[in-house]
Design a protein around this ligand. Structure first.
Ligand code: ASC
Length: 150
């Protein structure tokens, strides 16, 4: 009985800390979090861009490492666009919340394209990598056009 109770407490604590991780004390914290994820994503996407544009030689291993970071970062920002985070220091347009289904679709599109980008980088084929880079960049752009002010 005591053991069952202890297990229950352990499970509840784990569940609590998980949901706490998905929340923020203040709207500013959520904005800082999502901006940070986008900043890291942009840095690594930029390194891939240099390869896609031939400014640095294509290197499948480096491309894969950078694409994996992009794909991981692409999972993070979305839960930080909660209610009440539209008024802080943000370039997010009101459409993020007004057209939330469309925003979610755009977020999922980026995640899907960045997963394909990892796969393309792994094959070591430069043409496929360039095409996947372009598709991922397109997903960035669509979302910026519709949901981010200049
Ligand atoms: C980048 C970057 C973005 C996207 C976007 C694509 O390298 O920082 O936000 O590409 O410009 O249109």
């Amino acid at each position: 009985m005591k053991k069952t109770l202890l297990t229950l407490v352990a499970c509840c604590t784990a569940a609590l800390s998980f949901s706490a991780a998905a929340q923020f004390a203040k709207p500013e914290d959520a904005v800082k979090y999502r901006k940070s994820a986008f900043t890291v994503m942009a840095s690594h996407f930029g390194r891939l861009g240099a390869m896609a544009q031939g400014k640095v030689p294509f290197d499948a291993k480096l491309a894969t490492e950078n694409a994996e970071i992009v794909a991981n970062m692409a999972k993070l920002p979305w839960h930080a666009f909660g209610e009440g985070t539209d008024t802080a220091d943000t370039k997010a347009k009101p459409e993020v919340w007004k057209q939330n289904a469309k925003f979610k679709e755009a977020a999922e599109k980026l995640q899907a394209e960045s997963v394909k980008l990892v796969a393309a980088a792994k094959t070591g084929k430069e043409d496929g990598f360039k095409a996947a880079f372009s598709a991922t960049g397109g997903a960035c752009k669509t979302c910026h056009d519709d949901f981010k002010s200049k």
